[in-house]
Design a protein around this ligand. Structure first.
Ligand code: 0X9
Ligand code: ZN
Length: 424
């Protein structure tokens, strides 16, 4: 790579600063007015090097990272840098497609709901509303539900969950949701799923509810989630300040003590979205989750982490392309999950495979930590919900219920196949 090329890139990339917080809207929220999201296609090694260069700048907001299969990256660009961004792409012969013309328009649309106090999955709810709903559920179904608190967040909020158990000795399934703050569809889906387990009359769903014990944490990253509602819709990390940097927060899904910081699957830079933290389990939220999981480890057999977006079911491992021990089974279960979802009228495609071979190297994730540390858990996946980038993290409320229906179809197949293969 020639030196001049880097200098030019450096200069242009400097023009692309994406310092959040400089333009707060009327409600005190950061405005993303005229911010655009582009899909760029990375075809060769030179373009990949260019991409690495851009990512190291921490001036872009990468919504979806490069993966070997689609070779696409989704990048959010602030208005005054769009021109330079496009020129930069042109100079590097990188193809692009505009995915989102104005991010703020989508955020406004997402917030424009008629004020109904009913919790009915027609909109996204704030943390206090979700907790109120959870309290109502616990009061309504006292015989089969139990609330639990795994610990407190950095800002001292309780991190709450619900256990649904009809029989003492059922196999256990654990769902962790909204570890990434901006992935709102995850907690919307987790609450819908809790409701379905308790209220559905469908025979298959009753079977799922009554023959398995469920532990579900709808919002794990509570501080980040509140921050996405009050200040920055696109916040991902925790809210604990970092030492030696003004940048706040750690990526909790890079903070688990499982090949922490290995193989370039996380960042050591506190200003990046995948900052792994100063050491494993530096975050209140990850420590709380790990300690709670240790206390119930013999009771859980399947572990699922809800994320968005991209429509994927990802098994271990994230830190290496080497397959996990039971990879053939994990692929078979993944196939059942994807087929079930694609068979619905929405025909939404899902891909499946190991994290490292399907998307990118990601080390220190909760799923890998659970899979490696608990003998009873041999089925563990990250689920990346809708969509594929048309709306990205700002998935319109009208898509909440379709996404939930897909999750239920996938979940039924996943549990059934895991049962057939003797995991539960
Ligand atoms: O990068 C992540 O943490 C997840 N994708 S997201 O866009 N929601 O941030 C993928 C996590 C993959 N899981 C494992 N590393 N096992
Ligand atoms: Zn995520």
């Amino acid at each position: 790579m020639n030196f001049k090329y880097y200098v030019v890139l450096g200069f242009l990339a400097n023009l692309l600063t994406l310092a959040n917080g400089e333009n707060a809207g009327k409600s005190g929220n950061i405005s993303y007015d005229n911010y655009q999201v582009y899909k760029i296609n990375i075809k060769n090694a030179t373009q990949l090097q260019f991409l690495n260069f851009l990512q190291n700048q921490t001036r872009f907001s990468v919504w979806k990272d490069y993966d070997y299969i689609t070779e696409d990256v989704h990048v959010m660009v602030k208005p005054r840098e769009i021109h330079n961004f496009l020129r930069l792409l042109q100079n590097n012969e990188i193809e692009q497609e505009l995915l989102i013309e104005n991010v703020q328009d989508l955020i406004d649309l997402e917030q424009s709901y008629s004020d109904s106090s009913k919790f009915d999955w027609t909109r996204y709810y704030e943390l206090h509303e979700i907790e109120q709903w959870l309290d109502d559920i616990l009061l309504t179904y006292p015989n089969v539900t139990e609330g639990f608190i795994i610990g407190n967040s950095y800002e001292n909020r309780s991190i709450r969950g619900i256990k649904i158990a009809h029989k003492q000795d059922n196999p256990g399934i654990f769902i962790e949701s909204n570890i990434h703050a901006r992935e709102w569809i995850t907690s919307a889906t987790a609450t819908w799923f809790i409701n379905a387990l308790l209220t559905s009359q469908d025979e298959e769903v009753r079977d799922l509810a009554e023959n398995y014990n469920w532990y579900i944490i709808p919002v794990l990253n509570v501080d980040g989630f509140v921050y996405t509602h009050e200040r920055d819709r696109l916040w991902r990390k925790t809210r604990q300040p970092t030492l030696a940097s003004d940048c706040v927060g750690t990526d909790p899904n890079r903070n688990f003590d499982s090949n922490w910081m290995a193989n370039g699957g996380a960042s050591g830079n506190p200003c990046e979205e995948t900052y792994a933290g100063p050491q494993p389990f530096s975050e209140y939220e990850t420590t709380a989750l790990a300690e709670f999981l240790k206390s119930i480890q013999d009771d859980i057999n399947i572990y699922l982490a809800f994320h968005s977006y991209s429509q994927l079911l990802l098994s271990p491992y994230g830190h290496t392309e080497d397959p996990p021990e039971n990879y053939a089974d994990l692929l078979e279960i993944g196939g059942a999950f994807a087929t079930a979802i694609e068979s619905l009228p929405y025909k939404t495609p899902y891909r499946y495979g190991s994290t490292a071979t399907t998307i990118y190297i990601a080390s220190g994730s909760s799923v890998d930590w659970v899979y490696d540390n608990f003998d009873a858990v041999n089925v563990a996946y990250t689920i990346e919900f809708r969509d594929q980038g048309r709306f990205g993290f700002v998935l319109p409320p009208a898509q909440i219920i379709p996404n939930c229906e897909e999750l239920m179809a996938g979940m039924l197949a996943l549990v059934q196949k895991s049962h057939q293969l003797n995991y539960i």
